[in-house]
Design a protein around this ligand. Structure first.
Ligand SMILES: [Zn+2]
Length: 373
């Protein structure tokens, strides 16, 4: 059966649509000083193909709109991007020859935002899951012709970096001052969204649908969404989504939502199931504040107890030591279907040692600033 159209709601990670407009207005004011001809540089780092949009370059996208960059890329900053992408390339084991395409632009983001990621999605009707372009390229055997591109046939995700944040760009984490935000940590975080830390939840009780040309609908879920676990009306922990074989399309899978979404409710993440069907849960839960925040709610994780603050938490304090993926996040990535390489033990030891210091600094200086990303 030929499908002519798939409609779905656009989604921003980290910024609301209102904020997005404001960022565009700010950028527009600087257009007079732009150079007439600017070349966009494309560089490959590990599994990623990056396009650097400099001052005046416009990332033009039918799906995400036009995004003018308002700053050039120094070698120091490009090296910082390269370290973040090489880090992800080291963590993720893949035999794919595809690259994850990402465009980087500088923009004046709304106050409180350090960066934003806008992943692209491909729907695989045979698994029923919408894969980010990171997952599609590296994990799901490249871009199968059976997938449906949900992003106006585009193939490049967008990462926006704030021009008005006090960033530290250096390689040595010891150089971060107490008023600075570590750009490398921010970039590892934003790429995390493109690697699947994302949700199609838009705050409504029911998840969005993919609508076929004949009117049939399929539930739009990310891989992370499929791992959601919460309490039902009887107080039992249940999976939020259950995979069901499609009645109308033999061989296709549709996810059915078993529990309605409500802001403020606890959403855990399953890492597996025992033989007796008991759910095994991650030590991380999904960030779901009482007031739903578009692009922030459900796309980030937090520790359930007193565990280490995860890389993919919704905010980062300034003056902190560099943040990397925690061991709990690596476990979660495995549950999301990734093959993950465990960093060298020496690296863990170093991280644990410096992190203890970081937490102390962070809690003392929290009032100075804690920004979303
Ligand atoms: Zn984020």
């Amino acid at each position: 059966m030929i499908i002519k159209t798939i409609e779905f709601f656009g989604m921003f990670t980290d910024m609301t649509k209102t904020n997005w407009k404001r960022a565009l207005i700010c950028v527009g004011a600087g257009l007079l000083t732009l150079p007439a001809f600017a070349a966009v540089e494309t560089v490959t780092y590990g599994n990623f193909e990056v396009s650097f949009y400099g001052n005046g370059d416009v990332f033009s996208s039918n799906h995400w709109g036009n995004h003018s960059s308002s700053q050039d890329w120094t070698q120091e900053v490009k090296d910082c991007v390269g370290r973040a992408l090489n880090y992800w390339s080291d963590v993720i084991v893949t035999d794919s020859t595809e690259k994850v395409k990402v465009a980087f632009v500088w923009q004046e983001l709304v106050s409180g935002a350090l960066g934003g990621a806008s992943p692209l999605y491909y729907w695989n009707p045979y698994s029923g899951v919408c894969y980010s372009n990171g997952e599609a390229a590296l994990r799901e055997h490249a871009y199968s012709s059976a997938y449906y591109n949900l992003s106006n046939k585009e193939t490049t995700s967008l990462v926006r970096i704030s021009t008005n944040a006090n960033f530290y760009y250096g390689e040595s984490e010891t150089g971060i001052t107490y008023v600075q935000y570590d750009l490398q940590s921010v970039l590892v975080h934003e790429i995390g969204h493109i690697m699947g830390f994302d949700s199609f939840c838009d705050g409504d009780p029911t998840w969005g649908n993919l609508t076929m040309s004949n009117g049939d609908t399929f539930t739009a879920v990310t891989t992370l969404d499929t791992l959601l676990v919460t309490e039902n009306a009887n107080g039992e922990l249940v999976s939020v989504f259950e995979a069901k074989n499609s009645v109308d399309y033999p061989g296709w899978v549709n996810y059915e939502q078993t529990v309605e979404f409500s802001a403020g409710k606890e959403y855990f993440l399953k890492t597996g199931e025992t033989d007796s069907g008991e759910l095994q849960l991650s030590t991380l839960k999904v960030y779901n504040p009482t007031k739903y925040s578009a692009g922030s709610s459900m796309s980030h994780v937090e520790a359930t107890g007193t565990g280490e603050e995860p890389q993919m938490s919704y905010a980062i304090a300034n003056g902190k030591i560099r943040r990397e993926l925690t061991s709990d996040e690596l476990t979660l990535l495995r549950a999301m279907g990734w093959t993950v390489a465990v960093p060298e033990p020496s690296a863990f030891g170093l991280l644990a040692g410096t992190f203890a210091l970081a937490l102390a600094v962070g809690s003392r200086r929290r009032k100075r600033g804690k920004e979303k990303f």
